[in-house]
Design a protein around this ligand. Structure first.
Ligand code: PGA
Length: 258
């Protein structure tokens, strides 16, 4: 059984003060919630505060990106050792906003993934096609390529912590959530590629999240699909009550599907 994971990607929102105000409201609402793993990805300036605030709770915290090297003359970067040193447990890799605005390449995502595994950070690797690629019938080719590149040289025995997030670019921040069928199909493609790279056993166990305009109102329909192991939530993770509601609405009801 894959335990579902709901992750909140705060992008470039919330000062440390605002982050702590969110947690003051959010943590009590989640205190007896065990159905999901819950992780929050605040900005780098809030991360240390958030890690301290969630200590001993059922919520964890991670970084939105990192460099792959441990140190060096790389202005503006944070390394895996630095994240591990503040008890950071998770890291987002290859988010499309990083790929688009920070020129992150498939090779970099691969180097970062290996660095994350080497430092015991749980990597959430984001993949997803653009509108143009989908319209050109290239969704499968894009997903296979991104997964193959990300996993290049990753040994199956070290791959257990990996989480993948399918985030079609056309669904992020647009209000156009992908349909449960579209998501299931994409997750099936991803899982087959993971099986080809890491073996069926690993592919069966790996969690694949969906991200892109997930809201409290549409999460339940997505979570019906057995292929969907949770969500990476942007905009709808910024408000404590509504994010808590979203998580409560994510409790699996497979409606007879296996
Ligand atoms: P969204 O963002 O939920 O605001 O569409 C998702 C993401 O970018 O991870």
């Amino acid at each position: 059984m894959r335990k579902p994971l709901i992750a909140g990607n705060w992008k470039m929102y919330k000062t440390p003060k605002e982050s702590l105000a969110f947690l003051n409201e959010f943590l009590p609402l989640m205190s007896d919630h065990t159905a999901h793993d819950i992780t929050i990805f605040p900005t780098m300036s809030s991360l240390g505060y958030v890690i301290e605030a969630v200590k001993g709770t059922n919520v964890s915290a991670g970084a939105q990106t990192m460099h792959w090297l441990n140190e060096g003359p790389y202005t503006g970067q944070t390394s895996p050792t630095m994240l591990a040193s503040i008890n950071c447990t998770h890291v987002l890799l290859g988010h499309s906003e990083r790929r688009i605005y920070a020129n992150e390449t498939d090779d970099m995502v691969n180097w970062k993934l290996k660095a994350a595994l080497a430092h015991d950070l749980v990597p959430i690797v984001c993949v997803g096609e653009s509108q143009e690629k989908r319209q050109a019938g290239l969704t499968e080719a894009v997903l296979n390529w991104q997964i193959a590149c990300a996993l290049n040289g990753v040994r199956s025995e070290y791959a257990a912590p990996i989480v993948i997030a399918y985030e079609p670019i056309w669904a992020i921040g647009t209000g156009s959530v992908a349909t449960p069928d579209q998501v299931s199909e994409a997750h099936g493609i991803i899982r087959r590629e993971v099986a080809a790279r890491l073996g069926q056993h690993r592919a069966d166990a790996i969690r694949i999240l969906y991200g892109g305009s997930v809201k409290p109102e549409n999460i339940a329909k997505l979570m019906v699909e057995p292929e969907i192991d949770g969500a990476l939530v942007g905009g709808a993770s910024l408000d404590a009550k509504s994010f808590a509601q979203l998580i409560h609405n994510s409790v699996r009801n497979t409606g007879g599907k296996k």
